[in-house]
Design a protein around this ligand. Sequence first.
Ligand code: ARG
Length: 283
Amino acid sequence: MTDTTRPGASERPPVRTASPRRFLMCRPSHFGVSYSINPWMHPEKPVDGERALAQWTRLRDLYRELGHTVEEIDPLPGLPDMVFAANGATVIDGKVLGARFRHAERTAEGPAYLSWFRDQGYSELLWPEHINEGEGDYLLVGRRLLAGTGFRTDPRSHAEAQEFFGVPVTGLTLVNPEFYHLDTALAVLSDDEVMYYPAAFTPGSRAVLRELFPDAILATDEDAAVFGLNALSDGRHVLLPESATHLIGELRRHGFEPIGVDLTELLKAGGSVKCCTLELRGH
Ligand code: ARG
């Protein structure tokens, strides 16, 4: 039997279609690196605020050019990491699971994001019992929620998310502190495809990923080191750090349209494309 889903040397990759998305982003007006809660953050090294804003603006405009809707939440002073909107909540079927941060430096972001949703008229909101850092650790693939743990999100949050959303949750354990959130080690490409960096996971979690996604694109050490997996796909276009050249080639081979972006100023805080983007599903 020939496997037509896997593009071989002679086979054509599948035709990809984009679906319009709704995103929430937070302008990096107060962005900076004044503390260190992950190995990428070096407060002694300078950050160019203007450059960060220009890079972020380019990403937001790209989404709009691709036909997506981008909403913005007002950035708050004293919360330099608030630009990483992915961490602000998890939204599925219009239901909003609030974020409860691991580090004191970011705890005020949880209520700030949750009240944005309340103000927008979202009615099914849950202030969580357990620590979870939103879409940093929760990634929806089709109707399955992949759930990271190991550094930030408490594994007890996984059951809380499953009960709240009513979708199956699959836990995955991260082991490398440089890839402290699931969205730094794995990216969702379509309803049943992902790309990931195996070395970021425990052997058991790697086996689960192989079982669920036998044909997944695997990132090299070089891809991972430039945050290539911190990517956002609309089903056709995949926005990712432009220096992830191997992944860009692989995505093209699989029929996607990779779009390289420069978010190197934001990388100084340990974030890139996906971290800046929270998907608003159903509402
Ligand atoms: N400095 C932030 C932190 O360590 C970066 C968050 C990146 N966000 C993400 N979704 N991975 O919490």
